[in-house]
Design a protein around this ligand. Structure first.
Ligand code: ATP
Ligand code: MG
Length: 353
């Protein structure tokens, strides 16, 4: 068995971020032992707490240190009183942009043993991935405000879509669909947004020609959101711009039953910089420090990391253990209607691994 060593940068962050990363690490070490994969971890205390203490989320040379890693595993950042834009612009966005993590990947499944709030989402049938463009589109810095406080006051925000940016996210999504069930849906709104969205549609169609094994269609974002609620099982891979993908991926995570399970990957598919993996949930100050957070979001994120590092079998073992712990045991954390602590739930999962 070949022994591979991966350097993992851990950023536990704030609140329950610090409580869900240790379980993820235990699970990684356990599958690593079985598959001959080694990990060396470097932990960084970069967080909103650090911001409160020292005035910045991370040190000046933070990005240079991360550059050395093969992957980054992040818990959550957020602290009462610290506005979201501090953690976003002080840590997450610099990491995504510097390391060209232009794919935001959000798998969603409705597991056996977890109740979705939707009658339409039967356990075991919903298995989709939202592929969100992560670095351009609607979230641009171009624009401004004029005539403050006057009747002529106005604000302009430009969306920027590039041929390179749309082509590469399309290619990623089509390739992913080819490895899954071969179905892709593109989120658009070219009936109302008349410059950027027709461009998006044209480029998706152009790339579709290069991926003939995949069946694809496109839906306007309003109709698509309704279908996520009415019939989520019809979707396989959904590709969307930065804003549409942001909205769809939160909607999809809610459909799945608990925000505590949902994982996310910020991928650099070229692998010239590290990718970053993080649970979708935040620091959850309301339950932080009690040892009751659901660790599955972090554990599933670790599985996505293993897959990206070239270990699909090891990632599959984690997937199976998550499925098993939800379907076969009644040990669960409070968000899933149980009474188990993070520790007890992790023990049960390790037992089933
Ligand atoms: P932040 O400001 O860091 O985004 P938040 O409170 O806005 O934090 P979340 O942390 O995502 O947002 O929490 C939303 C709700 O979901 C909270 O009530 C929280 O307790 C619950 N929650 C989130 N993650 C988990 C988890 N892993 N286990 C259990 N409950 C969770
Ligand atoms: Mg929040």
């Amino acid at each position: 068995m070949t022994h591979q060593n991966h350097r993992i940068a851990l950023i536990p962050g704030d609140g329950i971020g610090t409580e869900v990363l240790p379980p993820a690490r235990r699970v990684l070490d356990a599958v690593g032992r079985r598959h001959g994969i080694g990990f060396s971890y470097t932990s960084y205390d970069w967080s909103c707490e650090r911001y409160v203490r020292e005035g910045s989320m991370m040190p000046e040379d933070g990005l240079d240190r991360l550059r050395e890693a093969d992957a980054i595993l992040l818990g959550a950042v957020g602290y009462p009183g610290v506005p979201d834009h501090v953690s976003l612009w002080g840590l997450l966005i610099p990491i995504r942009r510097t390391f060209r993590q232009y794919v935001n990947l959000r798998p969603v499944r409705v597991f056996e043993g977890v109740d979705s709030p939707l009658r339409s989402a039967a356990a075991g049938e919903v298995d989709l991935v939202v592929v969100r463009e992560n670095v351009e589109g609607e979230y641009s810095e171009i624009g401004g405000r004029l005539n403050h406080g006057t009747p002529e006051e106005l604000a302009v925000q430009e969306a920027v879509f590039t041929r390179t940016g749309v082509t590469r996210i399309a290619d990623y999504a089509f390739s992913l669909a080819a490895r899954r069930r071969g179905k892709l849906t593109s989120a658009t709104k070219s009936n109302g947004i008349i410059h950027t969205m027709p461009f998006w549609d044209e480029l998706i169609a152009e790339r579709a020609a290069e991926h003939s094994g995949v069946t694809w269609d496109q839906e306007h974002i309003d109709a698509l959101a309704a279908k996520f609620v009415l019939d989520p099982a019809r979707f396989d891979v959904v590709v969307a711009s930065n804003l549409f993908g942001d909205i769809l991926s939160d909607l999809a995570a809610a459909v799945a039953g608990s925000i505590g399970i949902a994982p996310a990957a910020n991928l650099n598919p070229e692998r010239d910089f590290p990718s970053m993996f993080e649970p979708v949930h935040g620091s959850a100050p309301d339950i932080a420090g009690q040892g009751i957070a659901n660790p599955l979001g972090a554990i599933w994120s670790a599985a996505l990391m293993l897959d990206h590092l070239g270990h699909p079998e090891a990632a599959g073992d984690i997937d199976n253990a998550i499925t098993a712990v939800l379907a076969k045991s009644d040990v669960r954390t409070r968000d899933l209607g149980g009474t188990a602590t993070t520790e007890e739930f992790t023990e049960k999962l390790l037992e089933l691994l």
